[in-house]
Design a binder for this molecule. Structure first.
Ligand SMILES: O=c1ccn([C@@H]2O[C@H](COP(=O)(O)O)[C@@H](O)[C@H]2O)c(=O)[nH]1
Length: 292
């Protein structure tokens, strides 16, 4: 099979053409109820199909949250497989939010699940946790390079509990988060040297305010920065320049419940996503001209 163009280049094009917004597909039990759906496989299927139908032809990235599908067992995974294929066919990039992390040999199996083109869950990118050590992610990083896919590494997560681990200071004086970002910058060096956005991203919460700075973290990694936390977790698009500074143009802001709560009406979902996209564009434009 012909390998895909590298994920970073594909993502940059999608961000330029559609705007950078990433909408989550998070079928919370409470959202199924709010949408008048049953908390079972039929409800899950209807919810997922509606989000894909509403948004896959217009947002840059859709991010299914794997946990909400896994809780329904094999039939939930089948719904997820279909969503990934339908969303990609409609032109969205699919970022599987699976947050996998394990020793290298097991990591290789996770990598094959999400990043091998022959897999039923083949996605454009996957989220991973580096807390078994960045090096344990090597099978995913290597397979991503081979298959033209991407990897997003948890660096500074949007939840307040994350600081306990991520702000910890290592023997060399760097925080754990800054070390992860340094690894990613190095991973992206070859693509950056060729003038492209790298395929290796970091997850940095939009909720962090000044605490990204407190972690001593240089956020520019020559790759994408997934920024969850807008909407239900309290951050707004206006927070993005404050958190990310000059790196704001590499930010892929994520909103899940903030958009999904407007369903099941397709037009209302689209309107909400467009509103968030407009707010993001306004905040990024107000932050100053793009660096050349
Ligand atoms: O640091 C992180 C990493 C991932 N997430 C995920 O993003 C969405 C956020 O959903 P909202 O409804 O917009 O709060 C969810 O799937 C999380 O698991 C995150 O929030 N923070």
């Amino acid at each position: 099979m012909t390998p895909l163009e590298p994920f970073g280049a594909r993502l940059r094009r999608a961000m330029d053409e559609r705007g950078p917004l990433c909408v989550g597909i998070d079928p919370h039990a409470s959202l199924l109820a709010d949408w008048g759906l049953s908390d079972d496989i039929a409800g899950l299927e209807r919810f997922t199909h509606t989000v894909v139908e509403a948004l896959a032809d217009r947002v840059a990235v859709l991010k299914p949250q794997s946990a909400f599908f896994e809780r329904f067992g094999s039939r939930g995974i089948a719904v997820l497989e279909r969503a990934v294929a339908d969303a990609r066919a409609a032109g969205a990039l699919v970022l599987m939010d699976a947050k996998r992390g394990d020793i290298g040999s097991t990591m290789a199996a996770y990598a094959a699940t999400y990043l091998a083109p022959s897999s039923p869950l083949f996605s454009d990118a996957v989220t991973v946790s580096p807390y078994l050590g960045y090096g344990s992610l090597r099978p995913a990083l290597d397979l991503a390079r081979e298959s033209g896919t991407g990897v997003f590494v948890l660096a500074l997560t949007s939840n307040p509990e994350g600081a306990e681990v991520q702000h910890a200071v290592r023997a060399d004086g760097a925080t754990v988060a800054a070390t992860m970002l340094d690894h990613l910058r190095a991973e992206n060096a070859a693509e950056a040297a060729a003038g492209a956005m790298g395929s290796y991203g970091a997850v940095v919460g939009a909720t962090l305010g000044g605490s990204a700075g407190a972690a001593g973290a240089e956020l520019s990694i020559d790759g994408p920065l997934l920024a969850p936390g807008i909407g239900a977790q309290g951050a707004t698009a206006a927070d993005l320049p404050k958190v990310f500074g000059a790196a704001v143009r590499d930010v892929v802001p994520n909103v899940s419940r903030g958009v999904l709560r407007h369903g099941p009406d397709v037009a209302a979902l689209r309107e909400s996503a467009a509103r968030f996209a407009g707010e993001v564009q306004e905040a990024v434009t107000a932050s100053g001209p793009a660096a050349h």
